[in-house]
Design a protein around this ligand. Sequence first.
Ligand code: FHN
Length: 455
Amino acid sequence: MKILRRLSILALIAILSVNTSFAQSKNVKKLSDDERMAWWRDAKFGMFIHWGAYSIIGGERGTKIAGGGAEWAMDKLDYTIEDYEKFPKMFNPQLFDADAWVTMAKNAGMKYIVITSKHHEGFGLWDSKVSKYDVMDTSPFKRDIIKELSDACKKQGIVFCFYYSIVDWHHPQAQGNLYPNYNISQHDDPSVVNPEFPKYYENYMKPQVGELLKNYGDVGVVWFDGDWISDYTTEMGKDLYKFIRDIQPNTIVNNRVDKGRTGMDGMNNHPGEFAGDFGTPEQEIPDTGIDSDWEACMTMNGTWGYKPDDNNWKSSQDLIEKLVDIVSKGGNFLLNIGPDGYGRFPSQSIRRLNAMGQWTKKNGEAIYGASASPYEKPKWGRYTKKDGVLYAHVFEWPKDGLLKLNKDIKFKKVTLLTNPGVELKALGTSGEVLVEVPMLAPDNPVTVVKIELAK
Ligand code: FHN
């Protein structure tokens, strides 16, 4: 375990070392799969950022409000390509401050950031040479957002990662508007073939992904989306995975690079047959642990892109418990922010990031580098485990001052994580293990009890 943790730190240093040219990446030492995945497995908590021209619209058109995610505004609010093009032309987020974004992620306890370089709308947030539909050529903003964010990440020791949508509602060869009988909604229909799609894949998508890998230093994760469209094939997925690893051998790629999911399932159905390094359950946490790498991505309210009408915010307590739940099942938590068209994080999101930061600052030992619980989940909360220590994360504090642990736990010493100097009395009988805890929960919203295990 200690060796793995040491490897993980080495891998993290390798990935964070500033390496801004492709020529340099070519000489990077190729890590084994376990070494390559180590920083990510330890990191546990990352920030997803959905930002694009849709962030100006906020999911609204006149009296209409897009159902679901506001990043789908183009489709949901029936914009034609020509109508929609006016939004990238207006994209001028004068309040964007990459350093401030990264600081907020870091203070929340997040270790990596995944930003939408291009979402389904097709508009790119970087200086693309294969497209004019990007922030440099189409927008008045004319600042390379990916460059600013990746630089800020490197400066602050956060791993930079990007999302890229295979679906593209703007590129003619991708979304099929060259074909009178073909439209966006037919993407899911395998009987409808867009003969132009392979050209989009080869001459546009791959070169764009290549630019993002060659021009912005080391990339922690390449996060694909839109794998469900029938025009995208498993051959393309496998080719793309190889293409990425040839450029940056130590990059991690999510499973949506290939076609291994059934519908919108998070995990691949036939592990090993498809390319991709981790599963991507979306807006859900599996009931039990899964014996492979996975990351749950989730919104704080109900939308990925900025949507002022959506006030369905999860509480900070809920988000902290979700983080613990995910870690106790061996996964990572990728928590979304949808900045507005000016470049601001919504205040509701900032409050939740702050609350999570306060909690992770005190209790990070029980999260980062922790592995799934070897015990069944208890009624009062969850367990995580690391280096011979079991951490009991108590969501519901016992009213009688007695915390009941799983009966098979062989403890050596029990303390509160935030008060290591005071040993708690613990009693193991054949039926149960009881720990005497203070009558009031010492921490909020989740108190962690540290259980050093006997060999
Ligand atoms: O359609 C997208 C959606 O807008 C969002 O980007 C999420 C994030 O995982 N992925 C897609 C749906 O699976």
